[in-house]
Design a protein around this ligand. Structure first.
Ligand SMILES: [Zn+2]
Length: 266
């Protein structure tokens, strides 16, 4: 029963917090889509928080320390502010009518198919930025702030240097702007990326042994936060570009609990 539950958690998250917007997007206007997306992302975050209390992966990790207050600043103040800035910059660029590549985009496709198509492109943009975050001294200077934590949990998923989170979000979302995708596709994308983004950074016990083949999960991302394997698993939602560029790394996470991993540092 316990093992089945561990395997069921990730699909249940998708069912509860991603599938609803994919089912009802065509009956909602843009404001309703925006609200539903926010409710689903916050719902998944709260659920992750509760699961981490009752079903922790790394039991040595203490959630409620002074660090929790710092992390809360990044989650609840910096992240919404950066989202707002990205939104303003995106609206400005859209209104400035720079020549974009919207004419190349298959706008006639079903919005769900468009969401997965733009996701694959956005993941490549993110992969490139994140790869540079570890291989370029300049970008590492800001990205290492996020890597001071060897243990990932829901509330340090947004603990980034302000410039790092702005640049990575801008890179990640720029294909949506370049190809002028519709608001429907944008909110489907943001919800899928937001909910799975939280699942990458959780400290509750669950199994994603099959999901790991396509999605970048916490089982893969925890290795990205260990110094010996930090040049792996650069994807955000998906691990397809890690497969393509041979940087995907998968190993039983319980190995991590057997040794005291030092904080990841370059
Ligand atoms: Zn990294």
């Amino acid at each position: 029963m316990g093992r089945f539950f561990h395997h069921a958690i990730y699909p249940l998250f998708l069912l509860l917090f991603v599938v609803p917007i994919f089912l009802f997007y065509d009956r909602l206007n843009v404001t309703e889509l925006q609200q539903l997306s926010l409710i689903l992302i916050i719902g998944s975050m709260l659920t992750a928080f509760i699961l981490e209390i009752y079903l922790p992966f790394d039991r040595r990790f203490k959630m409620f320390t002074k660090q929790f207050i710092f992390d809360s600043y990044f989650t609840f103040i910096q992240l919404p502010l950066i989202s707002l800035v990205i939104d303003i910059v995106g609206t400005y660029l859209r209104n400035a009518q720079f020549p974009m590549l919207g004419f190349l985009w298959p706008h006639h496709w079903n919005p769900i198919a468009q969401t997965f198509a733009i996701l694959i492109i956005a993941e490549l943009f993110y992969y490139i930025y994140h790869y540079l975050g570890h291989t370029s001294d300049f970008v590492w200077r800001i990205h290492k702030y996020h890597h001071q934590y060897a243990t990932v949990y829901w509330n340090n998923s947004a603990t980034f240097h302000v410039l790092d989170i702005f640049l990575s979000a801008f890179f990640y979302l720029s294909p949506l702007l370049i190809f002028s995708v519709s608001p429907q596709v944008q909110y489907l994308f943001v919800t899928l990326s937001g909910v799975t983004g939280i699942l990458i950074h959780v400290n509750f016990r669950h199994s994603t042994v099959f999901i790991n083949k396509l999605f970048n999960t916490s089982e893969l991302h925890r290795w990205h936060h260990q110094s010996e394997s930090m040049y792996n698993n650069f994807g955000k939602v998906l691990c397809i570009w890690d497969w393509v560029f041979k940087t995907r790394f998968e190993k039983d996470n319980d190995e991590m609990l057997k040794v005291d991993h030092a904080h990841a540092q370059k």
